[in-house]
Design a protein around this ligand. Structure first.
Ligand code: ATP
Ligand code: LTN
Length: 327
């Protein structure tokens, strides 16, 4: 049994990319491991958030965690801001992180490019993520492909701390799915599908109505030609749709190629829409039940209580090693 931890930002509506790349794997991992899954609200405010929207999105993401199958009896589900140790260790690790390391982060480059005022928190974001992970002696971190670089920095910071102050942190490993680790935008297969993309046609939200899903998939950009073949270099758009298909069904990429051989994109896209609807509809139904049941508060309270015990002990140990006078 391993310690598993991951987080998703309440920075918009969760997408099919979040589900396939991350959330779905949380649900599998909770069967065999000791799991901590958080809604990383402190990370979400590294870009401007409207307060009412942030509150709503935080509740919505938590409800989607449960609706997707996270079971509070098996996993600790909590909000990052409910466990103060995250902000505290985040600061301590920020002092250990080099500017050059943060400057190299592609997420920072993407999110800051073209912006006039960039919050300092967007820059130090990876130190806070490292704190999230290292607080819990985490062994496995289920994430999509885009988080590899942040995870590598987390490992470097853990090593650095251990060398400077003596063995303290466990070095975590990523857990990245083979298919679906990087679902791309429906309007541009060079960009990852992202919940904060202003064009809602670029992503499928987990809460999109079936007809909206059908429309978005029928409008999804496809490469020239008509063969349904998986070749990300020459057919990035169709390859992306095939990855979504394979992730939402029990067909492999090869099975999908065989099934649609000689048929063109039309029938493929039509079936793909139904496969996605069938994946999301049951989750949406449970989501509505959870939102109206009022059960979230109790789940979050218990999750934060459990997490705090471990996280506070880690911070105490870290502060002692660094030379703080403990209360
Ligand atoms: P934002 O657009 O606000 O940056 P996001 O949609 O990229 O958000 P995050 O909260 O940053 O989502 O990511 C949550 C988890 O979902 C991470 O593990 C991330 O790797 C994964 N993930 C996000 N987008 C995708 C995607 N397009 N394909 C696969 N996994 C993804
Ligand atoms: N940076 C991550 C979200 C995140 C996270 C974490 C993921 C914050 N803390 C800890 C795994 C473990 C992202 O998806 N953008």
């Amino acid at each position: 049994m391993k310690r598993v931890l991951s987080g998703i930002q309440p920075s918009g509506q969760l997408t099919l990319g979040n589900y396939i790349g991350a959330l779905r794997n949380y649900v599998l991992l909770q069967e065999e491991h000791q799991c901590f899954f958080m809604v990383v609200d402190l990370h979400a405010i590294t870009v401007p958030q409207d307060p009412a929207a942030l509150r709503e999105q935080t509740e919505s993401v938590t409800a989607l965690f449960l609706a997707s199958g996270l079971d509070p009896a098996k996993s600790n589900v909590f909000l990052q801001s409910h466990v103060r140790a995250h902000a505290e260790l985040g600061w301590l690790l920020t002092t250990l992180t080099y500017m050059g390391e943060l400057e190299r982060m592609t997420q920072f480059k993407d999110k800051s490019s073209g912006k006039e005022s960039i919050g300092a928190g967007l820059f130090t974001y990876p130190s806070l993520m490292a704190a999230d992970i290292l607080l819990y002696d985490t062994e496995l971190v289920p994430v999509g492909d885009d988080q590899k670089q942040h995870l590598e920095l987390t490992r470097d910071l853990a090593h650095r701390f251990n060398q400077r102050y003596g063995d303290t942190f466990r070095i975590p490993d990523g857990y990245i799915p083979k298919v679906g680790a990087r679902i791309m935008s429906l309007d541009d297969a060079s960009k990852k599908m992202s919940k904060s993309n202003p064009n809602a046609g670029s992503y499928i939200a987990m809460l999109d109505e079936p007809d909206v899903i059908r429309k978005k998939i029928s409008r999804a950009v496809t490469d020239s030609g008509r063969e349904v073949t998986h070749d990300p270099a020459s057919k990035p758009e169709v390859s992306n749709l095939m990855s979504i298909y394979a992730s939402c069904s029990d067909l492999s990429l090869g099975d999908i190629e065989a099934k649609y051989a000689g048929q063109g994109y039309g029938p493929f896209k039509k079936d793909l829409a139904e496969v996605v609807v069938a994946t999301l509809e049951p989750i949406q139904k449970r989501y509505r039940e959870i939102r109206s049941s009022g059960e979230l508060q109790a789940v979050l309270k218990q999750g934060a209580e459990n997490a705090s015990v471990i996280a506070e002990a880690t911070v105490r140990k870290v502060k002692e090693k660094m030379g703080f006078v403990l209360p």
